[in-house]
Write a protein that binds this ligand. Structure first.
Ligand code: SF4
Length: 309
């Protein structure tokens, strides 16, 4: 059973510093429980992008990984965006470089480029439209039907979009090392162990695993679904941080994490102390995205926000 954590002195200090510096704290659902508890908003990449674009506070402390803080800075350049741990990166985002995408575009000159938000600012700048796991299907369905789609960097989300929309797609071979730890045998065993549970899986998992699940959801969709569903018991096949989010919102329901291996080490780099340091100016990194890259990346992000409506 996952329980609400108690407030500690560093959390209190953070609240005080946040007020003093007119800051807002945004946290991804994969962040540790104590970070989620001090955040003003906890959500998935799409929700966080929307919040970042609307933030009126002077400073955004982004508790997530680098591409998320970069995205916040691109969407709201007049705000100071701080990533509390400079080396909190995303291995999937680093699996494709700008030159790789330039070559792919030369190979498929008539294709449109759709990039998962889990990508660097350079990749977003080279893309026609960005997407998150919660709006990827909607966006792919809205792209002109006579055009093929180059999808980067996640081959698993890409194959999910391909399966569901029937679009002609070229997929980059990137993946999330955390979600790739999910094995079909884990799902088969969990279904035996908890037969009354529904299996909810993230599209970053492999197709062989997705097919064994009851529902494929982004983290935001997962949170919404479990709250609205009449089901009482769920097997959660995504990063463990979400267990705190769903557990807090639905204390009467039962959640089983598919495997204790579902822990993204980068998402766990941020600590209460590093958030505190980011707020008092003694730590963290203020994110700066090169202006020309930011302008182009903004266009693919804005297109995503428009097309998600
Ligand atoms: S969970 Fe996967 S996609 Fe998300 S930050 Fe970690 S490595 Fe990247």
């Amino acid at each position: 059973m996952w329980r609400v954590t108690e407030v500690n002195p560093v959390q209190e200090k953070i609240v005080e510093l946040k007020k003093k510096s007119n800051a807002v704290i945004l946290a991804h659902t994969y962040q540790p429980p104590e970070i989620q508890d001090i955040a003003d908003y906890v959500g998935d990449s799409y929700g966080l992008s929307v919040q970042a674009s609307r933030a009126s506070a002077d400073t955004i402390v982004f508790c997530g990984v680098r591409f998320m803080a970069e995205t916040a800075s691109i969407l709201n350049p007049s705000r100071r965006v701080i990533l509390p741990e400079a080396d909190a990166g995303c291995p999937m985002a680093d699996m494709i470089e700008a030159d790789d995408l330039i070559k792919l575009k030369e190979q498929y000159p008539d294709y449109l480029v759709m990039c998962y938000v889990n990508s660097t600012a350079e990749i977003k700048a080279l893309s026609d439209v960005c997407c998150t796991s919660s709006n990827a299907l909607k966006i792919a369905r809205k792209l002109p039907v006579d055009k093929g789609i180059i999808f980067v960097p996640d081959r698993n989300l890409g194959s999910y979009v391909q399966e569901q929309t029937g679009r002609e797609m070229v997929l980059w071979d990137g993946f999330c090392p955390t979600h790739m730890r999910i094995e079909p045998s884990m799902i088969i065993q969990a279904k035996k162990d908890f037969p009354a549970s529904m299996v909810l899986i993230h599209p970053e998992a492999s197709p062989e695993c997705r097919i064994l699940a009851d529902k494929v959801f982004s983290t935001g969709e997962m949170c919404e679904f479990v709250s609205k569903s009449e089901h009482q018991e769920f097997i959660i096949a995504t990063e463990e941080g979400i267990m705190h989010t769903v557990g807090q919102a639905n204390p009467q329901k039962l959640f089983h994490l598919l495997s204790s291996e579902l822990r993204c080490p980068n998402m766990k780099k941020i600590t209460l102390q590093s958030v505190c340091n980011a707020l008092d100016g003694s730590g963290g990194e203020v994110i700066h995205v090169q202006e020309d890259i930011a302008a182009k990346a903004l266009s693919s992000l804005e297109k995503m926000l428009q097309m998600s409506k």
